[in-house]
Design a protein around this ligand. Structure first.
Ligand SMILES: [Zn+2]
Length: 588
């Protein structure tokens, strides 16, 4: 049995929501006449639509309840984190830039996502399963424990039969609630009809009309349920008659003109419209916490309307904070194989799961933040390593400790971590310079700290692999480091005496200072010694001109080693190039 990690009952946002959710869960349980004296299972939920690659931005939909669920678990409560796969939703449009997909997929618009073929070459049986699989894999890597619920399975096996019949019986009440919001937009009857027409037009075009989410009224009245056509499988159907006693429902398809009469008490090929479906599931599952994106916060939004409709199903609205947008930095440089929008898997290729968890844990849901795919990732890692050191020596602030604790593990235990977490920027530089030569990379990395050398590259993994992937996929070619094959004889010949002397000082100390710390001391020390100071002199003991002299010296070294003004940090670069080659390139 895994050891249960300690609860972090400090006052961070996660902890505060956990308090609220436990309290609400117990309040609801006490209201029920039950002989069960045990604590209720707390239910939190997320919803994801596998309508295409599930973007990194959507990860907040999962991470917010995950962190809260995890805190509740750490306190010893039982929690179910449901992820509803909205895979019975209609296929709205063909996303751009998906390999193995061409314009012929447009013919499937209007079908359930599980009835659309997967991209060519996929190992999965359909569109939804294909995109769900990538997300499931990322969630496992992130340590997110969840119960996945396929809405296709739920609907097509008749799990929601009673709820559907109930909604149909109460369609007048539902219509009245929805109408409060409709009238704000379309006061005149004519305009209302126009809105419906536009919704149908948009639906036909597959652009995802908002109005279709609450169902529409035909001549037979309002119905919160839409069958998928028995002939063409599309949802552009109109219910033309319904009988509450026999549950006989007649619909016609606007695409293929197919029409049939079915008995809803035994029919499993349709679904409640979104604005009714969501609150129905809150009631069915007893959801106590489910956040949603800012796009759900407007008046008449599905969360707000759902709060009124949920009562029809005898349930209550969950605690539902709105979460802010998560941005990405460094997108311009990204390969745009997926229309330039990265997925959680893309982030996990360049950063460890702990870092990604930390980004979500340390910001309140209403704060937006960016996930770095550019140079910023190196600074982020520096910050993370500093925090880890502070946590280890006990000097970190309680809020920071909480975020760190939530990042490195869950109630089930710690996530696998890199045994020797060498600085990311050093690993990135080494991967940059060695360009895939692992023996070289190991040599350099073991020279960083000769007192405690790295025994195998695996000790620096997976962090090394992430840094290498970042260099290879997100650093533009013109910023990559290419060590000169031959010395720059022109430049060497043109050097003045002071420059020659600086190179000589460096080369003299090279063997003796061959470690990361030693070389750092040496490269900063050379200009000091040249100016008549000790190599150990602190900035306070030195005139400001030393800084200029250091910059000039560094630029000279970069030119001679890599033919540019800048590059990776010099000590790392020198170690990477190796002593013999450094001597050759510096003219010895
Ligand atoms: Zn049809």
């Amino acid at each position: 049995m895994p050891t249960v990690a300690q609860s972090t009952e400090t006052t961070d946002w996660v902890s505060r929501f956990a308090d609220e959710v436990i309290e609400e869960s117990e309040r609801r349980a006490s209201g029920k006449a039950t002989s069960d004296a045990t604590a209720p299972v707390v239910v939190v939920a997320s919803g994801l639509s596998p309508s295409g690659p599930i973007h990194l931005g959507n990860l907040r939909e999962v991470m917010t309840p995950h962190l809260v669920a995890d805190e509740i678990r750490r306190r010893g409560h039982q929690v179910r984190h449901l992820i509803s796969w909205d895979d019975y939703d209609r296929y709205r449009k063909v996303p751009a830039g998906i390999s193995g997909v061409d314009e012929s997929w447009a013919e499937h618009i209007g079908k359930p996502l599980t009835s659309v073929p997967a991209p060519k070459g996929s190992a999965y049986p359909n569109w939804a399963e294909h995109f769900k699989a990538a997300m499931v894999e990322s969630l496992a890597e992130l340590g997110v424990e969840f119960d996945g619920i396929s809405q296709t399975e739920q609907y097509t096996s008749g799990v929601y039969r009673e709820q559907i019949l109930h909604a149909m019986r109460h369609r007048g009440d539902i219509d009245a609630i929805l109408d409060q919001y409709r009238t704000k937009k379309a006061p005149a009857k004519k305009q209302q009809q126009k809105a419906v027409d536009e919704a149908e037009l948009e639906a036909a075009e597959g652009s995802g009309a908002a109005a279709e989410d609450d169902g529409s009224s035909g001549s037979a009245g309002y119905f919160p349920y839409k069958p998928y056509c028995g002939n063409c499988e599309k949802d552009l159907t109109t219910v033309t008659a319904y009988d509450d006693d026999s549950t006989e429902l007649t619909y016609t398809c606007t695409v293929c003109a197919f029409s049939e009469t079915v008995r809803l008490e035994e029919f499993n090929r349709g679904k409640l419209v979104w604005k009714v479906d969501w609150p129905m599931r809150w009631a069915y599952e007893g959801v106590v916490f489910e956040p949603s994106g800012v796009d759900h916060s407007s008046p008449g939004s599905s969360f707000q309307v759902g709060g009124q409709i949920v009562g029809i199903f005898g349930g209550q609205q969950p605690i539902g904070p709105m979460y802010a947008f998560v941005g990405i930095s460094g997108m311009a440089k990204m390969s745009s194989s997926r229309g330039g929008v990265p997925t959680p898997a893309d982030a996990l290729r360049i950063m460890e799961p702990q870092i990604l968890r930390w980004l979500y844990a340390r910001r309140r849901p209403n704060q937006s933040f960016k996930i770095a795919f550019d140079q910023e990732i190196q600074r982020l890692y520096d910050e993370w390593d500093k925090l880890a050191a502070k946590v280890a020596d006990g000097s970190a602030l309680p809020g920071d400790v909480a975020a760190y604790t939530r990042a490195v593990g869950t109630a089930a235990g710690e996530l696998p971590r890199t045994a020797r977490p060498l600085p990311y920027r050093t690993l990135a530089s080494v991967a940059d310079i060695t360009a895939g030569h692992q023996d070289q990379a190991l040599r350099i990395l073991s020279e960083l700290d000769p007192a405690d050398p790295l025994g195998a590259l695996d000790e620096a993994r997976p962090r090394y692999d992430k840094a290498e992937a970042w260099i290879n996929t997100h650093v533009p070619a013109d910023q990559r480091t290419i060590v000169r094959a031959e010395p720059d004889t022109e430049l060497l010949k043109s050097l003045d005496d002071a420059s020659r002397q600086s190179l000589a000082l460096l080369l003299d100390g090279l063997a003796e200072h061959w470690s990361l710390d030693g070389l750092t001391h040496l490269v900063y020390g050379v200009p000091k010694v040249q100016a008549g100071f000790s190599a150990d002199a602190t900035p306070k003991e030195l005139p400001p001109e030393i800084k200029t002299a250091q910059r000039t010296f560094f630029a000279l070294l970069y030119h001679l080693l890599v033919g540019r003004d800048t590059g990776p940090r010099l000590p790392t670069l020198l170690l990477a190039v190796g002593q013999d080659r450094v001597r050759t390139l510096l003219g010895q």
